[in-house]
Design a protein around this ligand. Structure first.
Ligand SMILES: Nc1nc2c(c(CN[C@H]3C=C[C@H](O)[C@@H]3O)cn2[C@@H]2O[C@H](COP(=O)(O)O)[C@@H](O)[C@H]2O)c(=O)[nH]1
Length: 369
């Protein structure tokens, strides 16, 4: 659109504002917490144990203090991009690509046989296989974080994506075709609306975390993680990858530059398959017998079904209650849902690494988490 052409979308927004239908000065909301509480209030298969939540809040706070857990912990992971090495634009492109593809790494195979990426002399599984694959691809000269590449159907093929995430076992990364579709769609949307660069998306969000989450959900189908719950007219919004994208930017840039968001505390826990697992193992949430049995016997839990919706929403609500309890016990606490979530994810991974006896996470194969 040339400069002298009127921006019809902006004119429509201004007209609504002048008619009092829309307050442009109003800070945006994502609606995630409201939806989570609604599902929690209407859940029969997932419940919260308040006594355990109180105890867990105290234990978590003590451990976070002891570890001096902060947004700086993000960059301490050896595979996460170092923004000083990669440059600001390269880092934003990396994180955008990473959170476009940040879903569904779980495997039914053994540790030795499950999908794994070999990089820097180590075998990386789960989320870290994604990060390792991206880092390795860049080192091999594959422009995997460039949206022009994603749109090039001759160059960015399924075979190239298989190479990017090639496994050192016989198992391939799950949902590779779906991951390619996410890259294609994102490339197309960035071309149409954001001059091919996710930096322009950040500029459009104008420093609002909720605003950026809403832009991602509005413009990218592959970020629009919202689903109906038992006939409720308004969909329940989880927006997990849109939210973790904002959180990863905030943590990587330590709240400055491309990580500066005035309303970062509006971001909720990210409804994945790991945090519900640790909340269950801490006794904070518990399940109806049929759901408990299904998870323990590693049955597939259908995406979008009532059980899965309750699992995701009640976990968001549980982390919100933990955050409030921590604040009540420690009025000076600066812990937001992001740091709590990151800590819980890292903790369950450490427990698994240490061979601790933990019950399985729920198994839903989906592009949403
Ligand atoms: N709620 C939540 N979900 C998270 C993460 C992360 C990694 N975040 C890093 C950044 C800062 C933190 O300190 C972490 O080091 C991945 N996931 C999700 O888990 C699943 C992968 O599990 P597994 O297959 O076992 O690796 C998959 O759905 C993935 O999207 C998190 O932090 N919170």
């Amino acid at each position: 659109m040339s400069d002298d052409e009127p921006d019809l979308e902006l004119l429509a927004l201004l007209r609504q504002h002048l008619q009092g239908k829309l307050n442009l000065n109003e800070e945006p909301e994502t609606g995630v917490l409201e939806g989570a509480e609604y599902v929690y209030d209407n859940s029969i298969d997932v419940a919260l144990d308040m006594r355990s939540c109180k105890n867990a809040a105290a234990a978590i706070y003590a451990q976070m203090q002891q570890k001096q857990f902060s947004s700086a912990s993000w960059s301490s992971h050896e595979l996460h991009p170092d923004r000083f090495d990669m440059g600001d634009e390269g880092t934003v492109a990396f994180i955008f690509t990473m959170d476009l593809l940040n879903f569904s790494f779980w495997s039914e195979k053994s540790e030795a046989e499950r999908f794994a990426v070999e990089y820097r002399g180590k075998r990386w599984t789960g989320y870290w296989s994604l990060v390792a694959g991206l880092q390795r691809a860049l080192e091999e000269g594959i422009p995997i974080t460039d949206s022009h590449f994603w749109q090039n159907e001759e160059e960015c093929t399924l075979d190239v994506l298989k190479k990017v995430f090639r496994s050192c076992t016989d198992e391939e990364m799950p949902l590779l075709a779906e991951r390619l579709a996410c890259l294609r769609e994102a490339g197309q949307v960035l071309y149409e609306k954001y001059k091919c660069d996710p930096i322009n998306l950040l500029d459009a969000a104008d420093g609002s975390a909720a605003g950026l989450v809403n832009l991602l959900a509005r413009d990218f189908k592959c970020f629009r993680d919202e689903h109906t719950f038992e006939g409720r007219r308004k969909p329940i919004r989880f927006l997990k990858r849109a939210q973790i994208l904002v959180a990863d930017l905030w943590a990587c840039f330590e709240g400055e530059d491309y990580g500066e968001f005035r309303d970062i505390d509006k971001i909720t826990m990210f409804a994945d398959y790991r945090v519900p697992q640790i909340l269950y193992n801490m006794g904070c949430i518990y399940y109806s017998p049929p759901l408990d049995q299904a998870i323990r016997s590693k049955k597939d839990i259908p995406q979008g079904g009532s059980w899965e919706m309750q699992l995701r929403a009640c976990s968001i609500w549980c982390v919100e209650l933990l955050r409030r309890e921590i604040l009540k016990q420690n009025p000076k606490s600066q812990i937001n849902a992001i740091l709590l979530d990151f800590f819980l994810y890292d903790t369950i991974k450490e427990m698994e690494e240490a061979g601790k006896e933990i019950t399985p996470h729920h198994q839903t194969r989906s592009i949403w988490y």
